[in-house]
Design a protein around this ligand. Structure first.
Ligand code: ADP
Length: 490
């Protein structure tokens, strides 16, 4: 199959968040399975050019209709760790992608609507006819709309559109001028509630709503999150649209990069291990204690690694720390927050607990330490209020740390409670609680700590159950191929 990905990010050249990792990881997996995959990205000035091989201009004068005029673009080609990437560089007074950062501008809707139109124009002009055009998040959500309203009439009638929503919070809300700019026009037609009209703003269009309507299939990043976005406020107003189009909407878990996260080869960890020599994991626990000045002795080590954001349940993270100490466990936290208030709170906490040899707080971002923590921890706690997919719990499972998670989004799809899951015992891999309160968290933590203290053999079995899971791109890759196959034959 021939697939073209349209996105505003791709790791490691243009990475702001998880979207970049998914775009890269999925493309790689699809290629490894023998498909032809190409990516189209904006050519940002702030990209990691050192991560692009053999970058060269490949299409010199792409003429893209925009408002009442045209914008001339150069399209570049280069390899990003083996992936084939095209980069669109517009030459216009707006200077869309030469602004020193990826996002954060007042004309954001224009920037990415233009990019999307340019990407489709590039496919048209170069005669590229992929089986599937896969767009990601609001930035490229107009792709299915443009495909079916414009490009299908210019020889692209056999192309199919798949769209993935990574984050429902940002949907791309813009005024009618975007319709004019992109050549869609007809505001009277598009700005109605059964088309692109935003359900909460009668004069605006909603890019993501457009994608859900026009794409042959729309996904989000876990099956549970797909349910949550339809049935709870996590759809951020899109619930009704998703309900109407429920027959072509579903969840596919993101995969974890199993090369980067491999305890058998990880260059960041002092002792390599696997299911066959789990004993070596404990060398990492001792090394972590040494590095963080933690007391040695017979106690479980519980960790939190992640952003300190309200989404992550900050009050529960804080409570987990104190509860762990109260139960005789050790606690390590690695995280930071863009919000100064939250950061200050954790800095205070760090000072308060400075002399405590059973806990350590590291406020900041530290990739290497993250690897060492996952390898050294007995348990990892993820008490998120919402979590579309979540990678932390998957990394924990891969590194022999038992996840203690709240049953939301991807956490509910990947972690199965040792005591209460409906799965057979050998498929249970962690601890799960439901309510976002202290009681819920404590019940799961106390069960985990209790098992560690009183039944070490069974705790080890639980770790081994986790190590057997495959949360790599293997299954998600196949799931996406099934979706592509389905839309291709519709
Ligand atoms: P989100 O994308 O919402 O931040 P995920 O669980 O999907 O959450 O992914 C978070 C990733 O970022 C994980 O790989 C985690 O280890 C890493 N990470 C988060 N905070 C830090 C930090 N302070 N230092 C190192 N790695 C971090």
């Amino acid at each position: 199959m021939y697939i073209v990905m349209l996105a505003s990010e791709c790791a490691p050249v243009a990475k702001v968040g998880g979207l970049a990792d998914v775009v890269y990881g999925l493309s790689r997996e699809l290629e490894m399975r023998g498909n032809a995959v190409e990516l189209i990205l904006p050519k940002y000035d702030c990209m990691r050019y050192d991560q692009i091989w053999d970058l060269q201009a490949t299409y010199h004068d792409l003429v893209v209709p925009w408002h009442d005029h045209v914008v001339h673009c150069t399209v570049w080609f280069g390899f990003v760790h083996g992936r084939k990437c095209f980069f669109v560089e517009p030459h216009s007074a707006e200077n869309f992608f030469n602004r020193g950062s990826f996002y954060g501008f007042l004309d954001e809707a224009s920037r990415f609507a233009f990019f999307t139109r340019a990407a489709l124009e590039f496919l048209l002009k170069t005669g590229k006819r992929p089986d599937v055009i896969h767009s990601h998040d609001w930035q490229t959500a107009l792709a299915p709309v443009l495909l079916y309203e414009i490009y299908t009439h210019h020889g692209m009638e056999n192309q199919r559109a798949c769209h993935t929503i990574h984050n429902f919070k940002h949907q791309g809300i813009a005024g009618a001028d975007i319709l004019h700019a992109t050549g869609l026009g007809r505001p009277g037609f598009y700005i109605s509630r059964d088309r692109l009209g935003d359900d909460f703003n009668p004069t605006a269009i909603n890019f993501t709503k457009g994608a859900v309507l026009y794409a042959n299939f729309t996904t989000t990043v876990s099956p549970r999150h797909a349910w949550e976005t339809r049935h709870t406020d996590q759809g951020h107003g899109l619930g009704h649209t998703l309900y109407v189009h429920r027959h072509k909407f579903g969840g596919v878990l993101n995969g974890l990069d199993y090369d980067m996260w491999n305890p058998e080869t990880d260059p960041h960890i002092p002792h390599h291990f696997s299911a066959a020599n789990l004993q070596s994991k404990y060398g990492n626990k001792e090394a972590l204690r040494d590095r963080l000045w933690l007391r040695k002795g017979y106690s479980p080590l519980i960790a939190y690694v992640g952003r300190l954001d309200t989404q992550k349940g900050v009050h529960l993270i804080r409570h987990a720390l104190f509860y762990a100490l109260q139960k005789g466990a050790q606690f390590v936290l690695l995280g930071s927050s863009p919000e100064t208030g939250i950061n200050d709170d954790f800095w205070h906490l760090k000072h308060e607990l400075n002399d405590n040899h059973d806990c350590h707080l590291e406020i900041g971002y530290d990739e290497e330490l993250a690897h060492r923590i996952y390898a050294g921890a007995d348990m990892v706690v993820v008490p998120s209020l919402f979590e579309p997919c979540g990678l932390t719990q998957m990394i924990a499972l891969r590194y022999g740390a038992v996840p203690i998670v709240r049953a939301v989004g991807g956490l509910a799809d990947t972690v199965f409670d040792r005591d209460h899951s409906a799965k057979p015992p050998e498929e249970r891999n962690g601890y799960v609680f439901h309510e976002a309160d202290y009681q819920g968290l404590e019940s799961a933590m106390s069960r985990a700590i209790g098992l560690w203290q009183d039944y070490p053999g069974e705790f080890r079995e639980l770790i081994l159950n986790g190590l057997r899971y495959d949360y790599s791109w293997n299954h998600p890759g196949q799931n996406y191929l099934n979706i592509y196959d389905y839309v291709r034959h519709k």
